[in-house]
Design a protein around this ligand. Structure first.
Ligand code: NAD
Length: 504
C-alpha cells in the first residue's frame, strides 16, 4: 500500500519527532557511562535528528552482563514455546501499529524514500518477526535412528548471549533478520546498529519490551564500529557474533573471534553481483528494465545490487538504450515526497566515496553514459545521480570493488562461456542473475555461477522461506528461512542406554 500522506504531511510529522538517542540496556533507556554523545544527521537535508549515546567498553560490559543474567535465569529461554511465540507475535503487531513512526525515522536517518520505507521495509520487518515467532512451536527436535537398546536425542539449544552488528542500508530489516531468529531460539541479544542509523533499532527494542520481552533479553548499544563493535567482537562472554556489513569488517570479526573465545561468527558481507543478459533472452528490453531498476533501487545501497551487467554483444545496443531510459526515470528528490523516484545516500562521506568511482572509471578507461554527477534536490542533502559505465572490462576497479551506490557497469562479452567466466571472476559470491528463454542454458548457467542466490529471468525475488547469504568472500551462514535457526543454536546429542529386558 502506498503511503496515504503527502510531502507536506510527512514534513509536518518529521518536524514533530523528538527521537531518543540513548541506548537500551536491561530494560532501561540509558546514556553512555562516559556521558559522550554524537550527532545523527539526516542525509535528506543535513538536519540534526538526535544526539546518540556514544557507548564504549563499559557500556558493552553492562549490556553483555544484562544479557547473560537474563539468559541464565531462564526468564526467556525456559519459557514455554507457545508463550514466547505470543510475545514475538505481539512484537510484530506493535511494529505494524508503529509503522508510520518507524518508516519516517528510517527515511530521515538513512535517506531512503518514504514510499519504500512504508511499502517495502516495514512490511518485510513485520513479516520477518511474525515468521520467526511462528517457528517457535513448529520446529521439532530429532530422535536418531540408532540401535534398539539406546535412544539418541538430537536437540537444539540456544547459544546464550548473541551479539548482532548490522549496517545502515536496511537498518530495521537487517537487524530483525538476526534478532528475530536469535530470540525465537531463546537467546538473549545485544544489538549494535550502524552509527549512521541507530534510531529505528532503539525504537524496535522499546516495542519488544512493550510486547512483553523481559528486561535484558534484547539490548541495544549505540556507537562507533571500532569501539562498540570491537568490544562485542572481543568479549569473552558473547557466545555468537552475527554480522552484516562489509567484507573488510567481516574479516575483523573473524580475527576478534580467534583472539578471544572463538565465539561463533556468522557473516553476511558484500557483493559485486553479475547479471547476465544473454542473446537467448527474447524480451531484452524487459530484462534491461528490471536490471536497471534493481541496480538503482535503494540508491544502489544493496548488497545484492546487480552492479555488473554482463551482456552478449548481439543484444547489447538494445540493453544499453533501455538502461539509459530507466536511469532517466530515477530522479533524486526529497525522500519524504511520495512521488520521488530516488532518495539520498546515507551521508556525505559515503556520497563522496561513491563519486570517487567516477574518477576511477575514467582513469581505467570506462565511459560514463548516464549520470556521474551529484544532485541537490534538497539543500544540504547527499544525492548522487544514477550512473551507467560502458566499455567496462572486468579487471577495472569499478568491476571488482563494491561501490554500494547507484552505479552500474556494462561489460560486453562474445558468448555464454565468457559470460560465466566473467561472472565468477570476483572475490564475491552473493547474488547473480541470468536472463534467457533457453531452459537448458538457464539450468547450466545457474549451476556454474558461484553465488548464494541466482535469479533466472527476475531480480530480487524475496520470501522469508528462502535462505539468504553468500559464497566466497560474501560470507558464511544464512539469514532468513529455517536455516537461519542453525546459526543461533547448538546441536546437543543425548545418549540414553536402555536397561536390557525390563519391558519383557
Ligand atoms: P560496515 O562494515 O562499514 O559497517 C557495518 C557495521 O559494522 C556497523 O554497525 C559498523 O558500526 C560496524 N563496524 C564498522 N567498523 C567496525 C570495526 N572496525 N569493528 C567492529 N565493527 C565495525 O558496513 P556498512 O557501510 O554499514 O554497510 C555496507 C556493507 O554492508 C556493504 O558491504 C554491503 O554489501 C553489506 N551488506 C551485506 C548484506 C548481506 O546480507 N550480505 C546486507 C546488507 C549490507
Amino acid at each position: 500500500m502506498t503511503a496515504p500522506f503527502t510531502l507536506s504531511d510527512w514534513t509536518t510529522k518529521a518536524a514533530a519527532l523528538t527521537p531518543d538517542g540513548r541506548g537500551l540496556i536491561d530494560g532501561q533507556r540509558v546514556d553512555a557511562l562516559s556521558g559522550e554523545v554524537f550527532a545523527s544527521h539526516s542525509p535528506m537535508d543535513g538536519r540534526q535528528l538526535a544526539q546518540i549515546a556514544r557507548m564504549g567498553d563499559a557500556d558493552v560490559e553492562r549490556a553483555v552482563q544484562a544479557a547473560r543474567r537474563s539468559f541464565d535465569s531462564g526468564v526467556w529461554a525456559d519459557r514455554p514455546p507457545a508463550e514466547r511465540k505470543r510475545v514475538l507475535q505481539n512484537f510484530a503487531l506493535l511494529i505494524e501499529q508503529h509503522g508510520e513512526e518507524l518508516s519516517l525515522l528510517e527515511t530521515l536517518d538513512m535517506g531512503k524514500m518514504i514510499s519504500d520505507s512504508v511499502d517495502i521495509d516495514l512490511p518485510a520487518v513485520v513479516d520477518c518477526v511474525s515468521w520467526f515467532a511462528e517457528s517457535i512451536d513448529k520446529v521439532y527436535d530429532e530422535v536418531a535412528p540408532t540401535a534398539k537398546d539406546v535412544v539418541a536425542l538430537v536437540t537444539r539449544e540456544a547459544l546464550g548471549v548473541v551479539a548482532a552488528v548490522v549496517p545502515w542500508n536496511f537498518p530495521m530489516l537487517m537487524a530483525m533478520w538476526k534478532v528475530a531468529p536469535a530470540l525465537a531460539t531463546g537467546n538473549s541479544v545485544v544489538l549494535k546498529p550502524a552509527e549512521q542509523s541507530s534510531l529505528t533499532a532503539l525504537r524496535l527494542a522499546d516495542l519488544a519490551l512493550a510486547a512483553g520481552l523481559p528486561p535484558g533479553v534484547f539490548n541495544v548499544v549505540t556507537g562507533m564500529g571500532p569501539e562498540v563493535g570491537r568490544a562485542l567482537g572481543l568479549h569473552m562472554d558473547v557466545d555468537g557474533l552475527f554480522f552484516t556489513g562489509s567484507t573488510r569488517v567481516g574479516r575483523i570479526f573473524s580475527e576478534h573471534a580467534a583472539q578471544s573465545n572463538l565465539k561463533k561468527v556468522g557473516l553476511e558481507l558484500g557483493g559485486k553481483s553479475p547479471n547476465l543478459i544473454l542473446s537467448s533472452c527474447h524480451d531484452v528490453a524487459h530484462a534491461a528494465r528490471v536490471s536497471a531498476e534493481a541496480a538503482f533501487f535503494n540508491q544502489g545501497e544493496m548488497c545484492t545490487c546487480p552492479s555488473r551487467l554482463i551482456v552478449e554483444r548481439s543484444v547489447r545496443d538494445e540493453v544499453v538504450e533501455t538502461l539509459k531510459a530507466v536511469a532517466a526515470e530515477f530522479i533524486p528528490g526529497n525522500p519524504l515526497d511520495p512521488n520521488t523516484t530516488m532518495g539520498a545516500l546515507v551521508d556525505e562521506t559515503h556520497a563522496a566515496r561513491v563519486m570517487g568511482f567516477v574518477d576511477t572509471a575514467h582513469q581505467d578507461g570506462a565511459r560514463v553514459i548516464a549520470g556521474g554527477e551529484r544532485k541537490s534536490p534538497v539543500a544540504g542533502g547527499s544525492y548522487v545521480a544514477p550512473t551507467i559505465f560502458d566499455d567496462v572490462t572486468n579487471d577495472m576497479r569499478i568491476a571488482q570493488e563494491e561501490i554500494f551506490g547507484p552505479m552500474l557497469s556494462v561489460i560486453t562479452v562474445d558468448d555464454v562461456s565468457e559470460a560465466v567466466r566473467v561472472a565468477n571472476d570476483t572475490v564475491y559470491g552473493l547474488a547473480s542473475a541470468v536472463w534467457t528463454d533457453d531452459l537448458s542454458v538457464a539450468h547450466q548457467v545457474s549451476k556454474q555461477i558461484r553465488a548464494g542466490l541466482v535469479y533466472v529471468n527476475c531480480y530480487d525475488c524475496d520470501d522469508m522461506t528462502t535462505p539468504f547469504g553468500g559464497f566466497k568472500q560474501s560470507g558464511s551462514g544464512r539469514d532468513k528461512s529455517l536455516h537461519a535457526l542453525d546459526k543461533y543454536t547448538e546441536l546437543k546429542t543425548t545418549w540414553i542406554q536402555l536397561s536390557p529386558g525390563r519391558a519383557g
